[in-house]
Design a protein around this ligand. Structure first.
Ligand SMILES: *Cc1c(COP(=O)(O)O)cnc(C)c1O
Length: 389
């Protein structure tokens, strides 16, 4: 989507009739909606997915944001839900029943892995994890009972990419739903539906919010699929997006395209700096020309976001601790997608003294925020000086 179209969606779409000409749309902080007559009431109840009846189903503030999110992805419909993990769970659960099978990329978001390994087996749904970089491997894992292929490109720890058009085309032939987590690229840099993917999910807690102050999720796709998800999972499980959260997301979306451009420029500068640094072994940023899957990245993405990993040369736990603790501009935290730079050393998931595979021990994930590049580099340089080469 070019900048003009992005601006039309983020700044104008759905906002011609704001009450009192308000430039900022109102927050409809209400649980119920009233009807003028029996007939109007019944009409809304019969077709609840298209009407505001009760805020557990729809709410006008939420609907406005959904309209923009759908347009950003060229989707017929988008549904806002209370978290990214709810979006993932809804999208997968809508299309499986007992006896069915899911093919999923191994390095998917951790709670997606938990859904497949711990939760869905209780209902007789099985899965196969695949590396995902080779489309033939993914399709090779398909069984007669496979109903869903779940992708995340890139994965957000090791940043490996899948061949979306090839996988989508093969899945379509077999009547299998394809779902992708597009949180990393955002619709600014990638539109998976245009590449043939059926359903796109997001954590809105990341770039859509953009200020690390909301938890939200999005599912987007064809109207029939999203209506099904709304009726079957969303209304039943009650993963309601509250109107204030939707309004905060709307505010975040106003600047999405500008923020993504700066995240991309900053991340590319920092990735190039790290790549040349003598204490750094490798940098896993798909938009870096030296990245093994760069050619695929160029085909899939118009740009890259601020999240990537790199490996220190040192394989000592104490170095990883010292590197993490010496940083001052980078904050030590989970998640990403806000204005601020963050560090997440993979080794933190293990206990001291645990046997950590060396390639995981020295793996550091960073989110490059919107700060001045020179300040970010100064902080990294200082921290890198504190570790062994
Ligand atoms: C954070 C994240 C999620 C989960 O989103 P929540 O809003 O935290 O539930 C899913 N996928 C990716 C890639 C994420 O980074």
């Amino acid at each position: 989507m070019d900048n003009d179209s992005l601006s039309r969606v983020l700044h104008h779409l759905g906002e011609d009739d704001n009450p009192f000409g308000a430039v900022s749309p109102p927050i409809y902080q209400t649980s119920i909606f009233c009807f003028k007559s029996f007939a109007e009431f019944r009409e809304a109840l019969v077709n609840e997915v298209d009407h505001s009846v009760y805020t557990r189903g729809n709410n006008p503030t939420v609907t406005l944001v959904e309209q923009k999110l759908a347009a950003l992805d060229g989707a017929e419909r988008a549904k806002l839900v209370s978290s990214g993990v709810a979006a993932i769970s809804h999208a997968i659960m809508a299309f499986v029943k007992s006896g069915d099978h899911v093919v999923c990329v191994r390095d998917c978001y951790s709670w997606c892995g938990v859904l497949l390994e711990k939760y869905l087996p209780r209902f007789g749904v099985t899965h196969t994890f695949v590396d995902g970089t080779d489309a033939e491997e993914v399709i090779g894992a398909v069984r007669p009972e496979t109903k869903v292929i779940y992708l995340e490109s890139p994965t957000t720890l090791t940043f490996t990419l899948q061949d979306l058009p090839a996988i989508a085309a093969e899945a379509k032939k077999r009547g299998i739903k394809t779902i992708i987590d597009n949180t990393w690229a955002t619709p600014v840099f990638c539109n998976p539906i245009q590449l043939g993917i059926d359903i796109v999910v997001y954590s809105g807690s990341k770039y859509f919010g953009g200020s690390s102050d909301i938890i939200a999720g999005v599912v987007a796709g064809g109207k029939a699929d999203i209506d099904l998800i709304q009726r079957q999972e969303f209304l039943q499980l009650g993963t309601v997006p509250d109107p204030f959260m939707a309004w905060l997301m709307l505010r975040g979306l106003r600047t999405l395209h500008i923020r993504m451009k700066t995240h991309y420029e900053n991340a590319l500068s920092i990735a190039s700096y790290l790549e040349k640094h003598p204490k750094v072994e490798s940098v896993l940023y798909p938009m870096l020309p030296s990245y093994p899957q760069y050619e695929r990245a160029k085909k899939l993405f118009r740009g890259g976001s601020g999240l990537f990993s790199f490996r220190l040369k040192t394989k000592q736990f104490s170095d990883v601790v010292r590197f993490t603790d010496t940083l001052t501009l980078f904050k030590r935290a989970v998640s990403w997608g806000g204005y601020e730079s963050l560090v997440f050393p993979n080794a933190i998931k293990y206990y001291e003294g645990d046997d950590i595979p060396p390639e995981r021990l020295s793996l550091i994930r960073v989110h490059i925020g919107l700060e001045q590049v020179d300040d970010i580099i100064e902080d990294l340089e200082h921290a890198l000086r504190s570790v062994h080469g």
